[in-house]
Design a protein around this ligand. Sequence first.
Ligand code: ATP
Ligand code: ZN
Length: 309
Amino acid sequence: MNAPAKLVQSPEAFLTALFDESILIKTGVDGLYGRAGVFEEVIDGIENAVTKMAAGDQATRIHFPPGMPRKNLEKAGYLKSFPQLAGCVHSFMGDNTDHAKLVGMIERGEDWTEMQDATEVALTPAACYPLYPTVAAAGPVPEGGRLFDLKSYCFRHEPSKDPARMQLFRMREFVRIGTADEVTSFRATWLERGEKLIASLGLPCVIDVANDPFFGRTGRVLASSQRDQGLKFELLIPVTSDENPTACLSFNYHQNHFGSLWGMHFAGGEVAHSACVGFGLERTALALFRHHGTKVEAWPADVRRVLWG
Ligand code: ATP
Ligand code: ZN
């Protein structure tokens, strides 16, 4: 892939090229890859640029692990809306007899997964999910609201040969909790900042209204209502296709949905609104490799400056 990466024709071809150049490392499972040092340096660079853009906002930084309480994922309605994407951690909880059975099943090449039970831990599907219950538990939302800076590995069961659709990937998210005006103006600010940031990385992009992949027939209704109300925007960059650009950033307004669900309210009792802005770190890194090639030393000097100072 020394030739301009633009020549890559399909998602599969791009993935193969990334393996060939040892930028991503194959594990045998689609969407589950090792990342080379150079890939991580690019991710660090993107994060530097994002952090610089948010300097002065005084966001509270929190890193949750990539697992969250299963009960909270249930309560958030994730299994109602996105059962196809959810992941839950299971473990063996049996006795000696069960253990012998488990080992026998594995030796015979049988499906042994029935020997495990669900733990209290579910895999985090988006960096902001673990946050809301902790905000509610901290008491009333202060005047002026709150702002958080989060980052997490996220899991979604969507195995794919498209390198931009991974099963485990990182999301950097800013989450604003406050009045409707506060959170919508936060989202408007980041729509502008996001475009500016991506342009400074020498990448083409468009912003479009979007919807989440709600499951099933009722899901279609939810998706079109989300679009009609303009609750979700995405910043799209051509990564594995020019015709179908990839959502690399998303800008979501939840109205007072999480506020009422989790009990986030102001001292006077009004329910807080929330919005989040998510940067898909792997997708943005892949966009850079796609547009500037696999040799980061050869990337344009101004792009390198934005990433690494
Ligand atoms: P898509 O519509 O492509 O499935 P999404 O818009 O549902 O993605 P969000 O739920 O808004 O994604 O997640 C926030 C960000 O996380 C996205 O803008 C994207 O950059 C990133 N992301 C989402 N799914 C994946 C994935 N499977 N692999 C890598 N990055 C992802
Ligand atoms: Zn979010």
